[in-house]
Design a protein. Structure first.
Lengths: 525, 347
């Protein structure tokens, strides 16, 4: 047994350290220490789990390759070529005729080296093969898509302005987003989930939209809709447009997007700037297609399709569409932050309003106080002074839990508060074990001193064995749990360790002090 | 003050046949209720779906709220009052599809305000997609299984010095579970068979303390789950957290009795095991009841005052405390004794 003063110093040091860690939570400007993080369920906020549709990223790579092969074949004048999508990630190619086969083979060697070939028939004037991505390449694209989505979403949230967002990858293709204290969760959700793929596509003026609606759109074209909402009746109307499939320009060529106000109608619109290459393409395209309409398409919805009046230089365009100021601002944000490489879906959402969080904290504190008071009463009556010591130790446990949460940067959640309340009930167990032992020894007729020593010695192994199993359950829970449940596991674990410390070390110290220094003859137990 | 007089000697061990009967009846009832209800009633955490907590600033009749939801095209939703009637708060449950867009909540607010003619505050939205729910179900079962396995190793080690034996058993079983899982065998089936194999192995290898503890824990978990099923309450992640806490708590109780048995066996070499066990249970009875009392009191405070969200969690722990206390008095040590008697007969 160590010297009394040494143990006293250790206990005091622990208490002082705990106070140092706990205080900033209540008085923020005291010293630069971290506060106890409140979970989203207590302070309000939004928790989202997104899944990136990585298969789509692979598919759109193949889409691009498909269009590229078609253009290349046209340029090298390959005839008798049939190109077909034979699956979401496969292109089937058939070429016949000696020259055509030779020309296409040259193409394959020169420009299409990174596609995997699966040749079905090959002779001098017949070639049939399918093209797709090698597995390693596809995996790489998938990984890249998630990385890029993570980065893009981070950018969007930064620009939206949320204090202390937490955005991280979860597993292979999931993204976890925590936005504490967010007020406008609906807007944030829209902002995060939008793919924001901006495309400029020429309207197919050679074919009739209505004919295409009845039958099927001509090859190389597709039907996209413009959705308008009537301000008065709130009825949405859909206008079909027949547009060319291949995009002339995409949002990837943007350098900036800003909200501006139309001087004529006072309506906000989004002004976009192209980079150098984009500006050149835009100038050429508009020059070549004067009189035709250019559809501005965002996420496969037509926003507007103005007729090109003249060649547009300077690399600037505007997106109009009867936006509210907020909509225009959000659109500018997503365009600046860039498109998501693949669509995302929300797998899980947990949003708690700030008022509910405050209610939960209040209810938690009330039940903590009532539970604590009942235990105090119970222990005081049953064990008298020693019982009050146990209750004091429970208070110390709560302080230590708070310090532990602050020190590890852990988060206090609603189940975590329940964990603290549970600790109030379970922590006295260790004292009960010790006290019952001491009572047993006293009954055998031993002196208070001898009974105390024997009681503590015997109860210590019991306490160890009993608490370690609870710790095992808590650790497994931590491994398995998500957000709130993790918070419960953390408070339970710290609570178990803290109550072992207070029951074994602190109680012993007080008993020793009472028996040795004050020379008490009869224990109040 | 004393509740249990020192020197008390209640014949717990002698009534173990009765205890086995009571426990068996409870377990059978639990399983029957689960079968009757077609498995546990999963909350949205495990089944997927959406849950929206809405507060009105004045009383809003449920059928008006349902009208509003009908206009939105979600007719299949259930609407349930929360808390006191004066809170004007309801919980709406519906499918996950559709809730996952930013436009849904504003539309919902508008529709509800129109139909109820009250100001609406959306206080909580929880949406879990079906895939997430399935993942979580599997993880929860795995967590319970691994918690039991680790605890079994610890008990065998501490009480019978059979670290190696129980460790190997646990390792092989854990490996088998993981292997089968990667082969795509259904998780409930794997865990159920793994648990049965565990019990049989522990019986054969004579790891009697771990066997008793695990039986007691399974007993507590099954009965708590059964009472949840009978009360038609939902299983959520927090309820799983409560189940694991019950495992920890009930084990705590069991170990304290075991600890006393271990100590008394050293002291009372000539006394038959049944008497030693009975004496140990009696000696720790005061502590068992006291601790169960304090835990029960604080959790009851949590149940009554802690708010709606935490209510089911508190309920599970309340049930668990009662069942866990009973099982550590009547079940855990009785299993040790039963094993011992069978082993002697064989010899």
């Amino acid at each position: 047994m160590k010297r009394f003063s040494v143990r006293l110093a250790i206990v005091l040091a622990v208490i002082v350290t705990a106070v140092v860690y706990c205080l900033p939570t209540f008085k923020t400007d005291l010293w630069p220490r971290k506060r106890i993080n409140l979970g989203l369920d207590l302070q309000g906020g939004m928790h989202l789990v997104l899944e990136v549709d990585t298969a789509k990223a692979v598919q759109s790579t193949i889409d691009r390759n498909f269009l590229e092969i078609r253009d290349l074949a046209r340029k090298s004048q390959v005839q008798n070529l049939s190109l077909e999508r034979s699956g979401p990630t496969k292109i089937a190619v058939q070429v016949s005729g000696r020259e055509n086969v030779a020309a296409f083979k040259q193409l394959l060697e020169k420009d299409l080296r990174d596609l995997r070939r699966n040749i079905q028939t090959e002779d001098a004037d017949q070639l049939a093969l399918s093209l797709d991505l090698a597995d390693a390449d596809a995996d790489h694209i998938k990984k890249l898509a998630v990385d890029q989505a993570l980065e893009t979403i981070r950018n969007r949230i930064d620009q939206f302005g949320v204090a202390e967002p937490d955005i991280r990858r979860q597993g292979d293709n999931r993204i976890l987003i925590q936005l504490p204290g967010i007020q406008d969760s609906d807007r944030a959700k829209d902002l995060i989930g939008r793919t924001a793929l901006l495309e400029f596509k020429l309207v197919d003026e050679a074919h009739d939209v209505n004919a295409a609606l009845q039958g099927s759109p001509p090859p190389g074209s597709e039907i996209l809709y413009k959705v308008d909402e009537d301000a008065a009746t709130k009825r949405a109307s859909r206008t079909p447009y027949l547009v060319r499939k291949s995009a002339l320009l995409t949002g990837a060529s943007l350098t900036d997007a800003r909200v501006q106000i139309d001087s004529q109608f006072g309506e906000p619109y989004v002004s976009i700037d192209f980079d150098k290459k984009g500006a050149r393409v835009f100038e050429r395209v508009t020059g070549e297609n004067v009189g035709k309409r250019l559809a501005i398409v965002l996420d496969n919805k037509v926003y507007s399709a103005p007729t090109i009046q003249e060649k547009i230089g300077g690399g600037r365009a505007r997106i109009t569409g009867r936006f509210t100021m907020e909509e225009a601002r959000d659109l500018a944000i997503v365009l600046r932050a860039g498109a998501l490489p693949a669509p995302v879906t929300i797998l899980e959402e947990r949003t708690v309003g700030p008022s509910l969080g405050a209610d939960s904290i209040r209810a938690g504190l009330i039940s903590m106080a009532v539970g604590g008071l009942l235990v105090l009463l119970f222990m005081g009556i049953y064990y008298k002074l020693a019982g009050l010591l146990a209750v004091f130790e429970v208070l110390l446990d709560i302080l230590l839990i708070g310090a532990g949460l602050a020190a590890f940067g852990a988060t206090l959640t609603l189940p975590g508060m329940a964990g603290i309340i549970l600790t109030i009930g379970m922590a006295v167990d260790n004292n009960v074990l010790i006290y019952e032992r001491i009572r047993e020894e006293l009954r055998l007729g031993k002196t208070p001193r001898a009974s105390t020593d024997a009681g503590f010695d015997r109860a210590t192994t019991t306490i160890m064995d009993a608490n370690i199993t609870t710790l095992i359950a808590a650790v497994v829970l931590f491994q398995f749990g998500t957000g709130p449940v993790k918070g419960f596991a953390v408070t339970l674990s710290i609570g178990v360790i803290a109550s072992m410390f207070t029951a074994i070390v602190v109680s012993r110290l007080v008993f020793d002090y009472v028996l040795t220094t004050r020379k008490v003859r009869k224990l109040s137990i | 003050m004393e509740i249990i007089k020192p020197g008390i000697n209640i014949d717990f061990v002698g009534k173990r046949q009765l205890a086995y009967t009571v426990s068996s009846v409870l377990i059978v009832l639990s399983i029957l209720s689960l079968i009757w209800h077609g498995g546990p009633r999963y909350g949205i955490d495990f089944a997927g779906g959406a849950l929206i907590q809405v507060k009105f600033d004045r009383p809003a009749p449920i059928d008006r709220i349902k009208d509003g939801l009908g206009e939105l095209g979600i007719a299949g939703a259930t609407v349930q009052r929360m808390g006191e009637a004066a809170d004007n708060e309801v919980l709406i449950r519906t499918e996950a599809a559709g809730v996952d867009t930013g436009a849904f909540i504003p539309a919902l607010r508008k529709a509800l305000e129109a139909s109820s003619e009250a100001a609406v505050e959306v206080r909580r939205v929880e949406m879990v997609g079906p895939q997430v729910g399935k993942d979580l179900r599997e993880k929860a079962l795995l967590a319970i299984f691994f918690a039991l396995t680790f605890i079994a190793i610890y008990i065998s080690g501490r009480f019978e010095f059979k670290w190696a034996q129980s460790g190997v058993v646990a390792l092989v079983l854990g490996g088998a579970v993981y292997g089968l899982y990667t082969f795509g065998v259904s998780m409930p089936f794997i865990i159920l068979s793994a648990l049965i194999v565990t019990l049989v192995l522990f019986w054969v290898l004579g790891l009697k303390y771990a066997l008793g503890a695990i039986v007691a824990l399974l007993h507590d978990v099954i009965i708590t789950v059964g009472i949840f099923s009978i009360a038609e309450k939902e299983f959520t992640i927090t309820v799983i957290a409560a189940l694991l806490t019950i495992i920890g708590y009930s084990l705590n109780d069991t170990i304290i009795v075991y600890d006393r048995i271990r100590e008394n066996l050293k002291k009372l070499l000539k006394t038959p095991l049944a008497a030693v066990i009975n004496r140990s249970v009696n000696e720790t009875l005061s502590r068992t009841i006291l601790t169960a009392g304090t835990v029960f009191v604080v959790v009851a405070a949590l149940y009554l005052l802690g708010g709606e969200i935490i209510k089911d969690f508190a309920f599970a722990i309340l049930v668990g405390v009662v069942v866990g206390t009973y099982s550590s008095i009547y079940v855990a040590s009785s299993i040790v004794l039963t094993w011992q008697e069978r082993a002697r007969k064989r010899r």
